[in-house]
Design a protein around this ligand. Structure first.
Ligand code: NAP
Length: 338
């Protein structure tokens, strides 16, 4: 096969104010860089769109640098090595790396992780077996200090992270698992397929009233993926000594202007609530344990997962926006090539 000299990539065309639109992005043809020492050329097969990428579109200091206007975006991807200048990686190897949003990526061999070709799906290293899965596992066990018997509430429950949090809590002996999500179809998925005890559609009415109904004795753990009204409701319904893992605040990422925090934070004092914000990167030392445990659960069919796959790199911008609007069940992925 002759090696490509050009490929498609998706760039940040302009920084969005509020919701991103298709004009936030440009899809262009660009030269493929030459492969240097200890690098590989990868033909990307699948890439991830994640909520954190919205934060990187803003020009603010954060735990990851912002995307540059006029440059290709980046993020998790899995692809096939088609040229190698590294003894550890051969043509044909499947690798996971951080240069998604493009058809062909030149990746330092040290930043490319080999993927077992027998993996359950080519997107699994970007979801159930990857960063979202590890976020669910570490967030529940370490940040929330989960204990068997806990009544656990998770928001964003039908998404990549949330759908795993609920299943892990159930497997490890939660007293009750409650989830919230944004459609009737998602609610049915939680209770009928994933084994959540209770679930509600947060668009059906105030979160607090729906949560109180689902958890009449209160919640011991809240795994917060969305912030805002959900976080306020969870503070109201929490039991004494409850533990909150603050994982994300996707309801706020596209808000313009000043963000308003929970108005009832005072509840944390009277109830002795622990609010523990975390980044998955903090728990890097759990990676091997997580992979072993999750692979075991998948093999025994104790955990199930879904992927929502958009076809075509040129549709990655639409997939990203759709994910922020709730168009996904499970992990949102973009298929770039077969
Ligand atoms: P995801 O849940 O698969 O996708 C995002 C979901 O957010 C959508 O499907 C949508 O579902 C929900 N959503 C959008 N607007 C909402 C709103 N106003 N209120 C409630 N829900 C809303 O994404 P993910 O990758 O699993 O990430 C989930 C959260 O974890 C995000 O906040 C992300 O930033 C965070 N995260 C944090 C870490 C970390 O290290 N701390 C790592 C990974 C992810 P509905 O249809 O239910 O609205």
């Amino acid at each position: 096969m002759s090696l490509p000299t050009q490929g498609t990539e998706v760039r940040l065309a302009a920084r969005p104010e509020g919701w991103p639109t298709l004009d936030t992005f440009s899809v262009v043809r660009a030269n493929v860089p030459l492969v240097g020492a200890s690098q590989v050329l990868v033909r990307n097969l699948v890439m991830s769109v994640d909520p954190y990428m919205r934060g990187r579109m803003n020009d603010v200091r954060s735990y990851v640098p912002p995307f540059a206007v006029g440059k290709a975006l980046d993020g998790g991807a899995v692809g096939e090595v088609i040229q190698s200048d590294s003894p550890g990686l051969a043509v044909g190897d499947l690798v996971q790396h951080g240069l998604g949003w493009r058809e062909f990526a030149v990746v330092g061999a040290a930043s490319a992780v080999k993927v077992d070709p027998s993996v359950t799906s080519v997107g699994a290293p970007l979801g159930v077996l990857g960063m979202p899965g590890q976020t669910a596992y570490a967030g529940l066990l370490k940040a929330a200090r989960f204990r068997p018997g806990d009544v656990v509430f998770v928001s964003g429950a039908a998404g990549a992270v949330g759908s795993l949090v609920g299943q892990i809590a159930r497997l490890l002996g939660a007293g009750k698992v409650i989830g919230s999500a944004g459609s009737a179809e998602k609610v049915a998925y939680l209770t009928e397929e994933l084994g959540f005890d209770e679930a509600f559609n947060y668009k059906d009415g105030p979160v607090r009233a729906q949560l109180e109904k689902a958890a009449p004795k209160g919640i011991d753990v809240y795994f917060d993926n969305v912030g805002g009204e959900h976080l306020e409701a969870a503070l109201e319904v929490a039991t004494w000594g409850a533990r909150f893992a603050l994982c994300g605040a996707v309801s706020q990422y596209n808000e313009k202007g000043e963000l308003i925090g929970p108005r009832n934070l005072m509840q944390a004092i009277g109830k002795g609530i622990t609010l523990r914000g975390f980044l998955v990167a903090e728990y890097e030392d759990l990676k091997d344990e997580f992979r072993t445990v999750m692979n075991g659960w998948l093999a025994e069919e104790k955990i199930t997962y879904r992927e929502t796959v958009t076809e075509g790199l040129e549709n990655a911008p639409a997939a990203f926006i759709d994910m922020l609007r709730g168009g996904n069940i499970g992990k949102m992925l973009v298929k770039i090539a077969d």
